[in-house]
Design a protein around this ligand. Sequence first.
Ligand code: SAM
Length: 289
Amino acid sequence: MNHDEPWVVSDPSYDADQLNPKLKFAYWEGHRDFAYDLLHFVRPARLVELGSQYGCSLFTFCQAVRDFKLNTEINAVDMWSGDIGAEITGEEVYALVQKTAATYYPEVKLHLFQMRFDQALPDFANESIDILHIDGGHTFEDVERDFTTWLPKLKENGIVLFHDVYSPIDQGSCDHWEKTKREYDCYFDFTHSCGLGVLFPKGRYWYDKLEAAGFFKYYKDLYFYRSKYKYTQARFDELKGLYEERYQAIEQQSKMIDERDARIAADEKLVAEKDAAIASQAKMIDERD
Ligand SMILES: C[S@@+](CC[C@H](N)C(=O)[O-])C[C@H]1O[C@@H](n2cnc3c(N)ncnc32)[C@H](O)[C@@H]1O
């Protein structure tokens, strides 16, 4: 392997958001720009993801493969059944993932494995995966099992990404990261968006290449600040949309109130005219009598 590419900071747009705008607010969202640029840098031949759900991370990988015309094979394993843990997922989520893949990423070599992680193991030879992303169950035991059973499948110098390593709700995956990063000692991590651990358990080739490209000195923090900015911007746009909807509803209602007031005023005028006519008739009757 000989790699002397620079680290390039891109400004991607994620097409999958058009079919599922919720992806912009997924827990993984803050790692999209980093993962996109990482794929550009590493140009992996094979990536495996354990846990895809709606596909925030999955479609980030697909977007990078499509935009940079990478020859990467992407494999996503997930039950998509709602049976595991309390995850909100099921056939309708799987259908949306399939539709997103077919709509935006037909040219990407993407394989969806709707099964348990351990059931997909025989489909992958030992030392055949360049990047492994672990984001399934979040207890210590879940992450430990997924990591240890899939580690033999990782190539020499392969990279493992762990989500939820600084999660306010999943202590198990955080504890696992604390233990694992010390054990392997070649890693870095992000603390935002529930945290992303990046581990180099079978050789430091890519860590050294990142260092040589100035990643740690010049670029790493940028992904943290950019993620904060993008999230705030997306929330702002969402709230602005809600405000505009509410403003229009209030306008509509005040128009209806004005119309109703005008009708009441017209009715009052009619009643007054009728009262006057009755009074005039009563006067005429009095005069006649
Ligand atoms: C946190 S979600 C994945 C989130 C996703 N990476 C993203 O970017 O939004 C975890 C997913 O893993 C799946 N899952 C958890 N444990 C699993 C297992 N042992 N086998 C298959 N799927 C599993 C769940 O069904 C769920 O969809």
